[in-house]
Design a protein around this ligand. Structure first.
Ligand code: COA
Length: 193
């Protein structure tokens, strides 16, 4: 595939709206608490009897063009994967931005805020190429670590981040009061120059 992966102006964010981020949830990573121990949560893959579709863009307060109303996008980067000019995937990465709690107030930490590949193009290496480009962007902006948030009902993304060399840094069973069945998973990757 003659794929072009380039940084584009952050003002082009709406290009992501042409690429669906939706995915089918047909399995989850089910947490089991280790009984009689002070620590330990085991995540085990479980198939769902009734799969459903999850679409982050449809969540209240989400959606690519809403971010500019919530954050100063000065330190945000947009990377787009195009084939023959048509967008088929994208990544958004940010560092040193007020009100982005994921950044922990650090200036050397980057967050992969959005990563998506169009449903027809998944599984062909586009996501990995975007992830690598996002890593390079973060390093070129002085970051030493990359952080990503996902949930236990996005098993594909979890497997993908594992393959990219991320480590599962945190499991928060109570992160989403409005979505009590979803568990927040925070992935981290140390960046070398
Ligand atoms: C997650 C996503 C970006 C991955 O992109 P992709 O182009 O499908 O992934 P790639 O083809 O580049 O896969 C890279 C590696 O991850 C692995 N991987 C990707 N999807 C996987 C899955 N469902 N199960 C297991 N491994 C998977 C691949 O096997 C591949 O491994 P390899 O290096 O051994 O070949 C894509 O599936 C997507 O857009 N999903 C919907 C949106 C989303 O969930 N975004 C992330 C939000 S946190």
């Amino acid at each position: 595939m003659n794929l072009e992966i380039n940084e584009e102006p952050i003002s082009n964010l709406s290009v992501l709206e042409t690429i669906s981020i939706a995915f089918s949830v047909d399995r989850v990573l089910e947490p089991t608490l280790m009984k009689n121990r002070l620590i330990g949560i085991v995540l085990e893959e479980r198939d769902l009897e009734t799969p459903y579709t999850k679409d982050y863009d449809a969540l209240d307060g989400e959606g690519t063009t809403r971010w500019e109303t919530r954050f100063d996008l000065t330190n945000w980067g947009l990377i787009v994967a195009r084939f023959a000019g048509s967008p088929l995937g994208g990544a958004v990465i940010a560092f040193d931005t007020k009100n982005v709690n994921m950044l922990e107030g650090r200036r050397d930490l980057a967050v992969l805020w959005d990563l998506r590949v169009g449903p027809e193009e998944r599984g062909k290496g586009v996501g990995a190429a975007l992830f690598k480009a996002a890593e390079r962007w973060a390093v070129s902006h002085g970051c030493t670590e990359l952080k990503v948030e996902t949930q236990n009902n996005n098993v594909s993304a979890c497997r993908f981040y594992q393959r990219q060399g991320c480590s599962l840094g945190a499991i928060n069973r109570f992160a989403y009061p409005d979505l009590p069945h979803e568990i927040q998973l925070i992935w981290r990757k140390s960046l070398s120059k």
